[in-house]
Design a protein around this ligand. Structure first.
Ligand SMILES: Cc1cc2nc3c(=O)[nH]c(=O)nc-3n(C[C@H](O)[C@H](O)[C@H](O)COP(=O)(O)O)c2cc1C
Length: 231
């Protein structure tokens, strides 16, 4: 599917899944409550260990929360630049890597001013490993992302909350025994949706043995046509 052929909204699961790539640039329009409610409802339909549903989805609307997220996002950008030794970005650059970096930079500079911010929290279950814990909240986040994409919204996962966690906990009143999993920024995309780019199945799926790659249909590439049939 070419980028131009990607529909703004879709109820077709295959189209939605294959075009739900991260969106980091938003129009100014607010995310209306009806659309947000559908995303939150989809999130609440996710599976969790023992169906405990040990999650809370915190919609961050207060000025105080937005200010904390903005400052954290700015710090995330500073440390990312330092870590990767990034040069000053040329906003006119057109190669794919520079375009993603420039979108990430703008996203972090805009920080808490995204049209909607939603924090995903999880309550650790007794005896559960970190991996198990994450497995009881990230499927909810993915359902949210797909519901957003279906309705023409775009979103990006961030870990900015980890740079202001103590302040955020205090502001929101998050109990000590809850963990903060991820923060989503959500809004109407400024540049539309684009197909995801992922490794072919032959690199990521095996049959019976680690050294026996999947060789069936879709081993080289996965194409999803606009009508929804995958091949
Ligand atoms: C656990 C996790 C943390 C992430 N953190 C960030 C983040 O802090 N900032 C960001 O811009 N994207 C973040 N992402 C989004 C990934 O960069 C993105 O999903 C990945 O590059 C694939 O790109 P695509 O969604 O455009 O196909 C995160 C994704 C995951 C799963």
């Amino acid at each position: 599917m070419t980028r131009d052929a990607v529909p703004a909204t879709s109820d077709d699961l295959w189209t939605v899944m294959s075009t739900a790539s991260a969106v980091r640039r938003y129009r100014d329009d607010p995310v209306d409550d009806r659309a947000l409610q559908r995303c939150l409802t989809a999130a609440s339909w996710a599976p969790s260990g023992g169906n405990q549903q040990p999650w809370r989805f915190v919609v961050l609307r207060s000025e105080e929360a937005r200010a904390l997220i903005s400052a954290a996002a700015a710090r995330a950008w500073d440390s990312m630049r330092e870590f990767y030794r990034l040069p000053d970005l040329d906003d006119g650059a057109t190669d794919p890597k520079s375009r993603v970096l420039s979108a990430m930079a703008e996203h972090m500079r805009a920080g808490g001013s995204a049209p909607a911010l939603v924090l995903f929290c999880v309550q650790p279950q007794p005896g559960a490993s970190d991996l198990h814990q994450g497995g009881s909240v990230f499927p909810a986040m993915q359902n949210f992302l797909l519901a957003a994409r279906s309705q023409g919204l775009g979103a990006a996962i961030t870990l900015w909350h980890s740079l202001c966690e103590d302040d955020l906990r205090e502001l929101i009143g998050i109990p000590h025994d809850w963990q903060l999993a991820a923060l989503l920024t959500v809004g109407r995309p400024r540049g539309g949706h684009k197909p995801v780019r992922r490794r072919p199945l032959a690199e990521v799926a095996v049959v019976d043995r680690w050294d026996r790659p999947w060789t069936g249909a879709g081993a080289d590439t996965v194409r999803v046509d606009i009508a929804g049939a995958s091949s």
